[in-house]
Design a binder for this molecule. Sequence first.
Ligand code: HEC
Length: 666
Amino acid sequence: MRSITRAMFWALLAVVCVISRPLAGGQQADAGLHVDKTSVGGIVENSNGGKPEAGVWVIAETKSLSVPFRKIVVTDDRGRFLVPDLPDGAYKLWVRGYGLKDSERVDAALGSQVKLQVANAATPQEAAKIYPASYWSSLIRPPSKDQLPAGYASQEQWLAALRTGCNQCHQLGMTATRRYTTTDDFDGIFQRNEAMGAAADRLGKDLLEKTLADWNTRIKAGEVPPTPPRPAGMERNFVVSQWDWGAPESFIHDVVSTDKRNPTLYGNGKVYGADRTGGGRLWVLDPLKNTVDMVQVQPRITHGYTTKLDYYHDRGDQEAWMASPHNPMLDEQGRVWMTEPVRPPGAEYYPKWAKSAIATETNNPAEIDIAYKLLVSRRHAMQLGYYDTKTEKFVSVDTIYNTHHLQFDKENRLWANNPGDVVALGELDTAKINPNDPEATEAAAQKGWMRIDMDTKKNVPGVGYAVAVSPIDGTIWQSDPAVDGPTNKLYKFDPKTRKFTDYPLAAPGRVSHGIDFSTDGYIWFSAGSGHLGRFDPKTETFKYWDLPGPKFTGTGIETGSTEYPYFLWVDQFNTFGLGKDTVVVTGTTSDSMLVFDPKKETFYVLRVPYPMPFYTRGLDGRIDDEKAGWKGRGIWATYSSYFPKFTETRIGSVNHIQIRPNPLAN
Ligand code: HEC
């Protein structure tokens, strides 16, 4: 009885609020919504005949805060929308949707209801401007098997290499990649960045240039991809809050908002993005105050070197090493751990105690000798460090192993992978590091796990990319992104037995990249072959699902969709509100999060439609307030590509993605 009375009171109040609010900009509408003084609602209609537009995005944007801010929602099946919980400010609203031309921006006062008009796109080409990159790349006609360069056994293998080779830095199919129609154009472009040139060489440069020039020539002549479906069902319940952040040249690889082992920590707190440029920077969003700050990373100064600042041009230069953090992870003491260089890369800067930190399955001295020789013969990229958010100090930790991604286990050991390294896995017992004297304590706190084949006297090949810790038995797993061959595998390390085990990927899986566990012990991975993969360690069997989106022209079940899923993250604690163990795959080339329901085995596509492209790598989920329903939950992701200059706003953004019970919930 009491709750009914309260509900009636709120309903009445809502009506009063709506009536008493002045209207600005867009035409007045009364769609019967619960619009309060921190929200905007209304209806989207087609200007040709007034048909309501269902499943289109409404973007509310303001410049009234200290950084540009936007909130994006989707219309319901009657074309109605509600943008909830807007910080005070002057807002403009506009509409984007498949089949439509972007609408005009109109003023909308908080508390008002507006009617937004939007027109059909005049041509299929105009409509296609906002289709995601992976739709455009589906128009690529892959070379036939007999045209492929040496080393490629099948078209699928080449297509996996193409997706990985190009999309690891930026989307293949975004606008900037669709406007070059000659092989000479591409030849010039591939010389602009050394690693891009190397990626092109691996694919057979001449063949690649011909394939891409043909693709763009057909696009110029008017070819358009299939129309992506509009958001439907649950996909309309999505709300994204978006703050611009970073510098124009930033390369913010990933964000962190909480401790993955306990995502209720740091509720409503700051969110940290690790920027590889500018001599190493952390971008810090305060989502309550709507402010973005920058903290310069301060690495240990070794060997008299100071850092220089140009990530893009001096990277290969030994003297120009820099603190360029790659992947952040918060622990339960408010420390943002990062994989980052803390010393110059040459072998001569190697720590003197290196040999003492090597560990192998047997620890046999002959094995350690071989391991040591291999270790000191190679280049060192990144080590470890952290930013203490309480003292605002940086601590550097030198390691004998290269680092790239990192995960904590329950015992506060930090496990780091080593792509391309001779060390199979790095282990750091963070409790053994004295923050006041890391140099005296770092050697004894770590182990560089190496796998030596005593017959060949070489390390067992494997380029661990990402790390995951089993919630069942504490084993450590790594993805190994290879298009084919013996390193196209996952591998496991058991700290109890000191043993490594390899699990070659079953067909059609290739290029495992992101990896994570569900709480039932399954291992999930995103695959550059356009799949979501799952491995069952009990039965040692693989299962795959094609990711949403089209396929390359003329391909079938032998390969997945054109999507390149950079990463993947399993929601072990229901931080998103869609249930425990929901799998979130980054739709890195389709501006989206591909949310997989493991029970129904279906995907939902949560597209962030603006600014395009929305290229993501890692993500994080946090529970801000367990009692606040959908409002207290959400996932965080940043624009993670090279050069925000490729985006519509020419700047990166940090995004809080939430799911409400229905498209109009407030
Ligand atoms: C190591 C990162 C990296 C990889 C891998 C990479 N690119 Fe690039 N790409 C870049 C960068 C950085 C630029 C911008 C260069 C500049 O403007 O100076 C760029 C620019 C481009 C452009 C020009 C866009 C424009 O109009 O400015 C095209 C087209 C392109 N890349 C295609 C590709 C293709 C095709 C592949 C795969 C063979 C690829 N890239 C792989 C980093 C990469």
